[in-house]
Design a protein around this ligand. Structure first.
Ligand SMILES: [Zn+2]
Length: 228
């Protein structure tokens, strides 16, 4: 779009930084330059045995794990996550993914991966939000890392599947988070990075990793934008 036209439009509909709320300049996208350099980055991608990797110790075999930023209440990154999850601002997810992708592409723990796999969202929630925020982040990562996204091999089972022929305990154990693989060949001997927005206890990620680990020779890594 023509520069003056873009400036004119932003006079009427100002584009605001998704992190601090200040008006953006024409050359800025979703997040202002100041916020970009002042995010509380973890730099976990530079260190193998980091805080996120440790979450999975004794639970699931994860090749490498990292989160872009520390997440604290009232923090800049909380505003970004809020915009992404509840304000239909999917562009900020792409932009954050692009930024993080630049860092991850510099790390040999991640740069050689074959696929980015967003954590699948419930169909109903995707319909409600209009998009899967993990997919949006993966889009940005993919652009910076030059690694393709796969959204068809790891899927979330439907609730009807949960009900059929399962004991009460199994049903309880599977509470709305069954993930499964649709193709055992696609990820064979590949390095796959599972992508999500936030990691807290790691239980959703663990369920995804477990589902993927049935594939022969697979290496599974984990990345998120924020960690609690
Ligand atoms: Zn800002």
């Amino acid at each position: 779009m023509l520069g003056w036209l873009k400036d004119f439009i932003s006079l009427i509909y100002p584009h605001l930084c998704a992190s601090c709320g200040k008006t953006l300049y024409r050359y800025e996208n979703c997040v202002c330059s100041f916020c970009k350099v002042s995010f509380p980055k973890t730099n976990f991608h530079k260190e193998k045995d980091n805080q996120i990797a440790k979450i999975f110790w004794g639970r699931a075999e994860v090749y490498s794990a990292a989160a872009y930023c520390y997440f604290k209440k009232g923090d800049k990154i909380q505003h970004v996550m809020h915009e992404l999850k509840y304000k239909r601002n999917y562009q900020v997810g792409i932009e954050m993914g692009k930024l993080y992708g630049l860092d991850l592409a510099q790390s040999e723990l991640f740069s050689n991966a074959d696929f980015l796999v967003p954590v699948p969202l419930h169909v109903s929630r995707k319909r409600q939000r209009g998009y899967n925020q993990a997919e949006v982040i993966a889009d940005g990562l993919s652009e910076s890392m030059k690694i393709p996204i796969d959204i068809t091999t790891l899927i979330r089972g439907t609730s009807s599947e949960t009900q059929t022929k399962k004991s009460h305990y199994e049903r309880w154990k599977n509470v709305d988070s069954i993930f499964r693989i649709t193709d055992l060949e696609k990820f064979k001997s590949k390095h796959v990075i599972v992508v999500d927005d936030v990691i807290t206890t790691g239980s959703t990620m663990e369920a995804c990793v477990q589902a993927l680990l049935i594939v022969e020779g697979i290496k599974v890594s984990v990345v998120t934008l924020a960690c609690a």
